[in-house]
Design a protein around this ligand. Structure first.
Ligand code: AMP
Ligand code: ZN
Length: 193
C-alpha cells in the first residue's frame, strides 16, 4: 500500500472515530444507567465526565443537532427544558445553572445543568473552566429569550470563541486569579468546606 493510501486510511479511521465519539450522547440517552429522568419529548442524563458535583444534560428525543437548528417551532421544547431545570433545581439544596456551550463538541442538542462548586476530578483544563464560567456558557434564560424574539440563535464569531476559551483564569466565587489550574482547583476547596 502506498504512503498516501496509508495516510488516507488513517485519517478516515480518525474521522470515523471522532464522528462516533461525538454521537456518544445519543447512545447515553438509551442507557438506563445514565438516565435521570425521561419525558415524552426529553431525556435528562448524567454527564459522563461531570465538571461539578451536580452535572446533568437535558436532550430532546427528536434528532436536533444543536441550538443553531432551533426555530420558532421549538419554543415549546425549550420551555420544557426550563420546566425540567426547575424540577431538578427543586430537588437539591444548592443553586444550579442551566445553559448551552456556544460551540458544542457533542452532537444532539444538549443543555447543561450544573452546580457552582466546580469540584470534580474531570475538570482539568482551562478550556473546561472557561467553557462554564465565561459567556461561552450561554444561559438558558438568554437562549430562550433569543429564540422567542428572533426565532433563531446567533452563532458567535471564531474570534470570540477563541478569546472566551483563552480568558485569564478567575475563581467563579471570588476575585482570586490563580496562576494555573492546579492552583485554582486547590483554591476551590476554600469555598467548598
Ligand atoms: P459540549 O458538547 O461541549 O456542550 O459538552 C458535551 C458534554 O458531554 C461534556 O460535558 C462531556 O463531559 C459530556 N459527555 C461526553 N461524552 C458523554 C457520554 N458518552 N455520556 C454522557 N456525557 C458525555
Ligand atoms: Zn474563590
Amino acid at each position: 500500500m502506498s504512503k498516501r493510501s496509508l495516510n488516507n486510511t488513517s485519517s478516515n479511521t480518525k474521522a470515523k472515530k471522532s464522528k462516533y465519539w461525538s454521537l456518544g450522547l445519543v447512545d447515553a440517552m438509551k442507557n438506563p444507567d445514565s438516565i435521570v429522568k425521561k419525558t415524552e419529548h426529553c431525556v435528562i442524563i448524567k454527564d459522563k465526565y461531570p465538571k461539578a458535583k451536580i452535572h446533568y444534560l437535558v436532550l430532546p428525543q427528536d434528532n436536533i443537532s444543536s441550538i443553531y437548528m432551533l426555530n420558532r417551532s421549538h419554543v415549546k421544547l425549550i420551555e420544557e427544558f426550563g420546566k425540567l431545570f426547575k424540577e431538578i433545581q427543586d430537588e437539591v439544596e444548592v443553586t444550579l445553572r442551566a445553559g448551552f456551550h456556544a460551540v458544542p463538541s457533542m452532537q444532539r442538542l444538549h443543555m447543561h445543568i450544573i452546580s457552582g462548586d466546580m469540584v470534580s476530578p474531570c475538570l482539568k483544563t482551562k478550556v473546561h473552566w472557561n467553557s462554564f464560567t465565561t459567556d461561552f456558557f450561554m444561559l438558558f434564560e438568554d437562549v430562550q429569550q433569543q429564540l422567542k424574539e428572533n426565532g433563531s440563535i446567533k452563532k458567535i464569531s471564531p474570534e470570540l470563541h477563541k478569546s472566551l476559551l483563552a480568558t485569564e483564569l478567575q475563581c467563579n466565587q471570588c476575585l482570586f486569579k490563580p496562576k494555573n489550574m492546579p492552583q485554582l482547583k486547590e483554591h476551590l476547596f476554600i469555598h467548598n468546606k
